[in-house]
Design a binder for this molecule. Structure first.
Ligand code: KIV
Length: 263
């Protein structure tokens, strides 16, 4: 088995080798992805992709911990990152209580907090308390309801400057990595050049230090809405539907189980 990917490994990859991150929510898929990726993210996107909800806001810390336990038992080598859900990092004390729970109850290597300079004090507090934190700037799904929807960020010079300041503040606070979501590529490039820690893009162009995608999107399982930045590496939904149809047809016809599948 390959060696475990550590924080040091990821930080040494900046400028040399792209970092591959993907989401996973259970042990089975974490074990399938583990060999080929550097980081597995238990993203709160699971509330939408698997929970069927309209946004990420309603998932709880306990639900995230349940999924994190499963992912950690499937991922033997990848660095494992856990999203801190909405409402769990409102202030330093609350954030430390919840992140400590995640560290104690699971084997995640770091937590991810959505936010930039407004979260810098919290990032520093967690870092000072031995918890590794990844930031998340640009489009922040946990802010979308309050902002009235999802929109690409960094289109104006002011927005670009603001995202850059967010990233710099997070690095100064001790963040180990920064996810940059839904921004114009020049913004992601500027951030990547401005900080020494790795940047991971999603809908942020090719110049970040790595990329992340939601696994069910990249495997083509989600037919309802496919954002522009998602490449479908296979047509998962047709594969699954064809297989389940064949199974259903064979059960109806009583051609399954035949002799081969019978004791
Ligand atoms: O929740 C999630 O899956 C994420 C990624 C989209 C970065 O935060």
């Amino acid at each position: 088995m390959d060696k475990k990917t550590t924080l040091k490994t990821l930080q040494s990859m900046k400028g040399h080798e792209k970092i591959v991150m993907v989401t996973a929510y259970d042990a089975l898929f974490a074990s399938l992805f583990d060999e080929h990726v550097d980081v597995i993210l238990i993203g709160d996107s699971l509330n939408m992709t698997f929970g069927g909800q309209d946004d990420t806001l309603s998932i709880s810390m306990e639900q995230m911990i349940y999924h994190a336990k499963a992912v950690c038992s499937g991922a033997k080598k990848s660095f494992v990152l856990l999203d801190m859900p909405f409402g769990t990092c409102g202030n330093k004390k609350q954030a430390l209580k919840n992140a400590t729970k995640a560290y104690k109850q699971t084997k995640v290597d770091a937590v991810k907090i959505e936010g930039g300079r407004e979260k810098a004090e919290i990032v520093k507090y967690l870092t000072d308390n031995e918890i590794a934190v990844c930031g998340h700037v640009g489009l922040k799904p946990q802010s979308a309801r309050g902002e009235g929807g999802y929109s690409v960020k960094g289109k104006s010079e002011d927005e670009k400057k603001s995202i850059l300041e967010d990233a710099i503040a997070l690095e100064a606070a001790g963040a180990i990595m920064i996810v940059i979501e839904g921004v114009k590529p020049d913004v992601a490039l500027a951030v990547t050049k401005a900080v020494k820690i790795p940047t991971i893009g999603i809908g942020a162009g090719v110049d970040c230090d790595g990329q992340v995608l939601v696994w069910s999107d990249m495997l083509g399982l989600n037919d309802i809405f496919v954002p522009k930045f998602v490449k479908r590496y296979t047509d998962g939904s047709s594969i699954v539907k064809d297989a389940i149809k064949q199974y259903a047809d064979e059960v109806k016809k009583a051609s399954f189980p035949n002799e081969q599948f019978t004791y």
